[in-house]
Design a binder for this molecule. Structure first.
Ligand code: DHB
Length: 388
């Protein structure tokens, strides 16, 4: 079976779906494939924080207004240092904000919008490889749910297929990237309880790090630092609450049934190349950040906004200059976000075997941020997202 389109997009995550949506608005047709089912995509739990620019693009381009009606605007976060709470006020420092709106809700909105617009969106279709990257007719070779081979020929192929990208090999070779692994992870839970605080709490406590996040009035998301090899079932619910409570001294968490547990590994990755000929990588296929600061999806959105302009110029005006500039322009923001995610991570977590010097220096670093307007402003600027 073969198909022909202008842009073949591998991956129906935030990057792939948003790209097809923005291209559709410019009159550029695409096919989107994803190995997962719609139900799997819509139920994968990921981060919940959207930068202001991400919210604006979703709302202004008509994906859905649920981000504004169901999502909650957050005008600050709390950094807790050795038991003392310090608010980082986003409005006061940078006049911007973030929205708490879970990524899988964004995906539901995007899928509904794309299907409503008649998008060729193929679930259960697994990309096997990308061929002919350096010709004007690159192709995706895939298998559909019945195991039949599907070939999609396009003007441009976009790999929006996540950190285990198949498209990446056609761009960089298998190991083509800058990589860093951290010696810790987050144990994440979802629980049935009301929020424990109005805003998110990032707590660096003597018992280790915890993040108290939220999902809705009835469901909360919380994380604590753990060993990357932790088995999700080693703790009883009671032990999980004990660990979490011990890491936010000064706050009593509202407890409730824990109905999901997961362990998130911490990795930083930037592919050496984001483009080869007519194959381009966006989002996690091109870069991964550790979760602290919730930059992952927001960075994917920033890539896609840039790439939309580049593809529009190429496909509608035969002008390749923006596509030529795309990797460097995108990487400018990517490395700033890499730094911010690494910095937030290192400021809030201690490596196993850290010394008293390391611990006390870290508290000094946190205090130098929270007690300085310049420090709070840098954090707020990066957290709410540099203007797109
Ligand atoms: C969430 C995740 C993050 O990595 C973060 O920094 C803040 C919130 C979340 O899942 O809610």
């Amino acid at each position: 079976m073969s198909a022909r389109t202008r842009v073949a997009i591998i991956g129906a995550g935030p990057a792939g779906l948003l790209l097809s949506h923005l291209l559709g608005r410019c009159g550029v047709e695409s096919i989107v494939i994803d190995s997962r089912t719609r139900e799997q995509i819509e139920s994968t739990i990921r981060a919940g924080i959207l930068e202001q620019g991400t919210v604006e693009i979703l709302a202004e381009t008509g994906v859905s207004d649920r981000v504004l009606t169901v999502g909650q605007k957050h005008e600050g976060i709390e950094l807790r240092v050795a038991g003392e709470g310090h608010r980082i006020d986003f409005t006061d420092t940078v006049g911007r904000a973030v929205w708490l709106y879970p990524q899988h809700e964004v995906l539901k909105d995007l899928i509904a919008a794309r299907l409503g617009a008649g998008q060729d969106l193929r679930f259960g279709t697994t990309a096997v490889r990308v061929e002919d990257a350096t010709t004007s007719r690159p192709r995706v070779i895939a298998k559909d749910a019945e195991g039949r081979t599907v070939e999609i020929e396009a003007d441009v192929v976009v790999g929006a297929d996540g950190s285990r990208s198949v498209a990446r090999e056609a761009v960089t070779g298998t190991y083509g990237g800058y990589f860093r692994e951290y010696p810790f992870a987050w144990f994440g839970i979802l629980c049935e309880a009301p929020p424990s605080s109005e805003e998110l709490i990032y707590s660096n406590s003597p018992n280790g790090f915890a993040l108290i996040s939220q999902r809705s009035p009835e469901v909360q998301r919380m994380y604590f630092q753990c060993d990357p090899d932790t088995d999700t079932e080693v703790y009883t619910e009671e032990q999980l609450w004990e660990i979490l409570q011990s890491r936010v001294p000064g706050t009593t968490l509202n407890e409730g049934r824990i109905f999901q547990r997961d362990v998130l590994r911490f990795r930083s990755f930037v592919a050496h190349e984001m483009r080869r000929g007519r194959v381009v990588l966006v989002g996690d296929a091109a870069h991964t950040v550790p979760p602290t600061g919730a930059k992952g999806m927001n960075l994917a959105v920033a890539d896609v906004i840039l790439l939309t302009e580049a593809l529009r110029a190429l496909l509608l005006d035969q002008d390749e200059t923006l596509l030529d500039a795309f990797p460097e322009t995108a990487r400018h923001r990517v490395w700033k976000a890499q730094h911010f995610s690494w910095w937030m991570t290192n400021m809030l977590h201690l490596e196993p075997g850290a010394s008293d010097f390391d611990r006390l220096r870290q508290i000094g670093e946190l205090r130098s941020v929270v007690e300085s307007r310049a420090g709070r402003t840098y954090l707020a600027e990066a957290y709410t997202g540099w203007p797109l």
